[in-house]
Ligand binder design. Structure first.
Ligand code: ZN
Length: 255
């Protein structure tokens, strides 16, 4: 709650709640978050726990992974968030197509509880930065399209995953074209985006970096968002969280 108020005082208008270690279980607290966010007109999203692998060959790990995602969605519903992003899986020893069908099946299982537990919350599979991780743009769009969801698009991850591509007007425009082709033009008005600087190599992401210490052409990215009237929320995932959030927000407003 203090985090929300502090962000609001700084002029930040959207926030991702980081339930990356675990998901709190107190419904009363969720209602308080909803109330405070409502008062501050703060747009909320959630980041689900990192300890998830929807492609785990181990039954217990798979079940626990699905449970963690489900809990984040259900608590997110109570807290009034619009979308919950998830690092869906690692390929491990599987080829991409086998991993895909395993993740797809797990998502289908999770969505069985959608109507009852999280009717207003989107399950956003995230585009991932390491080549060992499930989460190319094609993969997350394919599942999202089938189940009427939308993914969490992290262009920094895609930049890292491609070892340096996806860092220009033309590439981001192609990315949004691809997104619209899969989910419809209107889907561009309610996106869940992440952005940050990033360090990478042949295997993709090494770590997130502050915008100004990275090669990210972040102003160009904001320009594309503005020109295409992309809507929804863009969460800054820089290590300099507040500073870079405001840097992006102020630059965006100045165009
Ligand atoms: Zn993430």
């Amino acid at each position: 709650m203090e985090g929300l108020r502090r962000a609001h005082a700084l002029g930040i208008t959207a926030m991702e709640i980081e339930w990356v270690q675990n998901v709190p279980g107190d419904p009363q607290r969720m209602k308080e978050i909803r109330k405070v966010a409502g008062e501050l007109t703060m747009h909320l999203t959630v980041h689900a726990p990192y300890y998830v692998n929807l492609n785990s060959p181990e039954r217990a790990k798979l079940a626990a992974s699905k449970q963690r995602v489900l809990k984040a969605l259900a608590m997110g519903q109570l807290a009034g968030v619009t979308s919950v992003c998830v690092h869906a899986a690692f390929y491990l020893k599987d080829d991409a197509e086998t991993a895909f069908s395993n993740v797809r099946r797990a998502v289908e299982d999770i969505l069985e509880k959608r109507r009852k537990l999280f009717p207003d919350v989107n399950l956003a599979l995230e585009t991932m930065g390491k080549t060992a991780q499930f989460g190319t743009m094609e993969e997350v769009l394919r599942i999202s399209r089938e189940f009427d969801l939308y993914p969490c698009v992290d262009p920094a991850h895609l930049h890292a995953r491609t070892n340096g591509a996806m860092n220009s007007h033309a590439e981001w425009n192609a990315m949004f074209d691809q997104y619209a082709a899969a989910l419809g033009e209107k889907a561009l008005t309610r996106m869940h985006l992440h952005f940050s600087g990033i360090a990478y190599g042949p295997k993709g992401e090494k770590k997130h970096l502050p915008l100004r210490e990275s090669d990210a052409q972040w102003k160009d990215f904001l320009r594309v968002l503005k020109d295409r009237k992309i809507g929804g929320v863009c969460v800054c995932e820089s290590p300099l969280l507040e500073k870079d959030t405001l840097l992006m927000q102020n630059a965006f407003a100045s165009f």
